[in-house]
Design a protein around this ligand. Structure first.
Ligand code: AMP
Length: 448
């Protein structure tokens, strides 16, 4: 009898374990509404910066850079609780130490805080500052509206004279003028808090009678911040606004006189302006003069995007804990101005890569020498380029041509041994050999 071997039970095969999938990690992306500032934007920003710095310094403004983080309460007290910025747009958070902080959405409140904190009230008044700073606002991203943008601005603190209001509008307009960007200042006066309160009552009374025609957003504005109704772009608003009471008719006598003086100064300085009774600006701290600067353009989309804005803010410093201190200022949006400049003056682009001289090398010894020659030329103020890591002379000459160099300096093994360098005319191809110690002098002579 044969015994059948019962086959050993097959080892129960576990279902093949799926090899753990490697998580494909997405490379980190830009945070929504943020942007990298790259070429071709830089030449336009640089040009704006250069002219803005000169203008501000010529007018006696000194530079300030406040920190990006401020106590949240600064903006609640300064800009105002019921404003778009504070209600919807601030990047606010609590630090691990429990401090409630906000990334600066605008420049005026932090500079006013600095004025108080550093006892600048004891300096001769007014104290005048300029800044070039990034601002953070959690707005709905769209063209010309970013969550981080830069502003060039001026603030003039400690003087109530109307000529200083005019100076702010003038400086904003003048920078654009210097850059060749046609613009017009829209200007209005919103009076003192008292005259504004009377006007607000009249406005509320008027719009209450039209409440049934208002959008939900505008109904909210009517309750919380009725002056913002004047900014409303909702359908049907144009006609209603035209019938609404106008703020100039509610100004106190002193504000009226102040406003007339501001306009006279603008006339005198040839600043193009337009009275805009609907301009109120969205921040609580403004008093009397408010203005915005718009580009003049046939394209309505371009023309409606303000390049800057500002005004007088006589109550801000008191609101944040100081003595009543008159002040005025403005900010221009760098991204918007740079974009406009690019449209108007595209030729400004990419000058930064243009060079007069290119230093080329052959071999390791040549590379060392070329590094030193490049630095000697650069330090002497000669616009020089080199691609020190490249070996092939052909590739180096291509770069020399790209950057528009008129002269190339070539250093090879032989020149290193002889203590010389070759200067080549890039147009004609003619070359001469010179003492490498005299290279800066020789190049200077040729560039004359
Ligand atoms: P404002 O004080 O809000 O009127 O801002 C002053 C200027 O900064 C505006 O006229 C714009 O040119 C610019 N600006 C304001 N908000 C933004 C934004 N979110 N993105 C780009 N530029 C802005």
């Amino acid at each position: 009898m044969t015994t059948k071997k019962t086959p050993a039970p097959a080892a129960v095969k576990k279902p093949a374990e799926a090899a753990p999938k490697k998580k494909v990690q997405q490379p980190p992306q830009l945070v929504r509404g943020m942007r990298d500032v790259m070429n071709p934007e830089w030449p336009y920003r640089d040009k704006m910066y250069e002219e803005a710095k000169r203008l501000a310094e010529d007018y006696g403004y000194e530079r300030i850079e406040t920190p990006i983080l401020e106590e949240t309460s600064l903006f609640i007290r300064g800009v105002g609780k019921v404003t778009d910025i504070v209600e919807k747009e601030m990047f606010s958070f609590e630090t691990s130490g429990g401090e409630k902080v906000t990334m600066r959405p605008e420049g005026t409140s932090p500079i006013s805080r600095a004025y108080l904190q550093h006892g600048m009230v004891n300096r001769p008044q007014p104290v005048k500052f300029w800044y070039w700073s990034s601002m953070f606002r959690h707005e709905r991203p769209q063209s010309g509206r970013y969550r981080e943008h830069t502003q060039w601005g001026c603030e003039c603190i400690g003087d109530a004279s109307s000529i200083l209001d005019a100076q702010q509008a003038f400086l904003a307009w003048k920078l654009l003028d210097v850059l060749g960007i046609p613009s017009i200042v829209h200007i209005n006066s919103i009076g003192t808090p008292e005259s504004r309160a009377n006007y607000r009552d009249a406005l509320v009374a008027f719009f209450r009678t039209k409440r049934h025609k208002l959008s939900e957003d505008d109904k909210k504005r009517l309750l919380k911040n009725p002056l913002r109704l004047l900014d409303s772009k909702e359908p049907g608003m144009e006609e209603m606004k035209a019938e609404a009471p106008q703020i100039v008719d509610w100004l106190d006598e002193a504000s009226k006189t102040h406003f007339m003086q501001v306009l006279e100064y603008l006339d005198e300085m040839g600043v193009p302006y337009q009275l805009n009774p609907y301009l109120v600006r969205g921040l609580d701290y403004y008093t009397r003069t408010v203005f915005e600067v718009f580009p003049v353009s046939e394209d309505p989309e371009v023309a409606k995007l303000a390049l800057g804005g500002g005004g007088r803010y006589d109550i801000l410093i008191e609101q944040i804990g100081g003595k009543p201190t008159p002040a005025c200022g403005f900010g221009l949006g760098v991204e918007r101005v740079a974009a406009r400049l690019r449209e108007i003056n595209p030729a400004l682009a990419d000058k930064s890569s243009e060079r007069d001289v290119f230093v080329a090398q052959l071999g390791d010894q040549g590379r060392k020498k070329a590094f030193a020659i490049f630095e000697a030329l650069r330090a002497d103020g000669i616009r020089t380029a080199a691609t020190l890591s490249k070996d092939a002379i052909k590739a180096q000459m291509e770069v020399a041509n790209k950057c528009g160099a008129k002269w190339a300096i070539i250093v090879g093994q032989k020149e290193v041994l002889d203590g010389t360098a070759i200067i080549r005319d890039m147009d004609s191809g003619t070359q001469e050999t010179v003492d490498s110690k005299k290279i800066v002098q020789e190049v200077r002579k040729k560039l004359k």
